[in-house]
Design a binder for this molecule. Structure first.
Ligand SMILES: NC(=O)c1ccc[n+]([C@@H]2O[C@H](COP(=O)([O-])OP(=O)(O)OC[C@H]3O[C@@H](n4cnc5c(N)ncnc54)[C@H](O)[C@@H]3O)[C@@H](O)[C@H]2O)c1
Length: 362
């Protein structure tokens, strides 16, 4: 933005005003009223648009996102629609000269994600991805710890986003056509982003993996959130992957909606040449460090991690800050593309039984 514009509030349009728009995006914009103002809330469901707009005192609603995109007053747009409706409004908004934060996963697949990243690049606008875990206290601390050289070279990580019996029985989470994939694309995306963020986002080159759907298809298995239509379950219930990076590092990823294991672990374990770490962003004992000093093995627990009230609010503050200061986004579209490209390779590898190339060029 030009310096003269800095005093003006950014005008915000919300496209898709359901759960995450209300709980994260709108809450975030509402937390910085001196910097931005929500002017229109769009949802194809008028009741949802009404509820969201009333919650945050926004007067204008519309069922048609083109009205948001065609409005020259709007500077920035949140795209918080289901995955299948990420690409089109994002590209149209970028082409209309708006900055965009789009929810995770960036897209259904890497081809879509590439088109979105090209639109941001060609129009000189910010495209941020809604990946908030890295704004939390544990991620902030461990990132700084690694960047300060305390872990040495982080050459391997194990990322897990596992649920024992957690198939979402609302929305389109079990419909491959509408969602793009199962737990890999829905929750694996968060733990893989956290892992790659901590490792400095190395460039992936190849991946091999396998997916299963046996447990979810078997109606004798219980589900934490209650029954769902097994005949319409077209995604995986469990996925495993091994990802190679151009700096020699490797990552294993496990993600499930259903698996026979203890609890619902969501964590990444990093192996560095000077120390190791486990990061569990949603638990109280969220960070453990494993280090050798004077030939003794130390298991360390940091006691004053950064106190972050809401990583959702902080991601919106970071997005608005990047737009206002004309700086790159801290969660660029390219990161979302890397994640989509890895998932594409893992799904393909599951079909071919071979390691597949990961192509992130766009
Ligand atoms: N970052 C996170 O932790 C997190 C958490 C939950 C969901 N999400 C992501 O957010 C997105 C939305 O998920 P949700 O849980 O908020 O779903 P939701 O169903 O609660 O909200 C989506 C809204 O989009 C609306 N919509 C659908 N098509 C539309 C269109 N063409 N134009 C305008 N509105 C349209 C729906 O009516 C609905 O109200 C998904 O991509 C999901 O992966 C992210």
């Amino acid at each position: 933005m030009l310096a003269a514009d800095m005093a003006e509030k950014l005008k915000v349009g919300i496209i898709g005003s359901g759960f995450i728009a209300q709980a994260a995006h709108m809450k975030g914009y509402a937390a910085i009223p001196d910097q931005c103002e929500m002017v229109v809330v769009c949802d194809i469901n008028p009741d949802t648009a009404k509820k969201a707009s009333e919650m945050y005192g926004v007067t204008r609603t519309t069922p048609d996102y083109r009205e948001v995109i065609d409005d020259p007053e709007i500077d920035i747009v949140s795209v918080a629609t289901p995955n299948a409706v990420h690409m089109e409004p994002t590209i149209l908004a970028l082409q209309a000269g708006k900055h965009v934060i789009c929810e995770k996963p960036l897209a259904m697949n890497a081809d879509q994600a590439k088109a979105m990243c090209r639109a941001a690049r060609d129009n000189g606008k910010i495209l941020q991805v809604g990946l908030q875990t890295r704004f939390g206290g544990p991620a902030r601390f461990v990132k700084q710890f690694i960047d300060n050289g305390n872990m040495g070279d982080v050459y391997y990580a194990r990322a897990k986003a596992l649920r024992r019996r957690g198939v979402p029985n609302w929305g389109v989470f079990t419909d491959k056509e509408k969602q793009g994939g199962g737990p890999l694309i829905d929750i694996g995306v968060h733990v893989l982003d956290l892992t790659l963020f901590l490792m400095g986002y190395p460039k992936p080159t190849a991946a091999s993996g396998k997916t299963w759907d046996t447990l979810a298809k078997d109606s004798s298995n219980a589900n934490f959130w209650g029954e769902f239509d097994r005949t319409k379950f077209t995604v995986e219930d469990f996925a495993v992957g091994l990802i190679r990076f151009d700096n020699g590092a490797m990552v294993t990823l496990e993600s499930s909606f259903m698996a026979n294991l203890e609890g619902d672990p969501f964590e990444t374990q990093l192996f560095g040449t000077k120390a190791g770490a486990i990061v569990r962003p949603y638990e109280t004992e969220s960070v453990q460090i494993f280090k050798e000093l004077d030939r003794q093995y130390f298991n360390l627990k940091p006691e004053n991690l950064p106190n972050v009230e809401s990583s959702y609010v902080d991601e919106i503050k970071a997005f608005v800050g990047a737009v206002r200061e004309g700086k790159p986004s801290p969660v660029p579209g390219e990161n979302g593309l890397i994640l989509n490209a890895i998932f594409d390779a893992l799904y393909k590898s599951s079909e071919t039984g071979r390691e597949e190339a990961v192509d992130v060029s766009f």
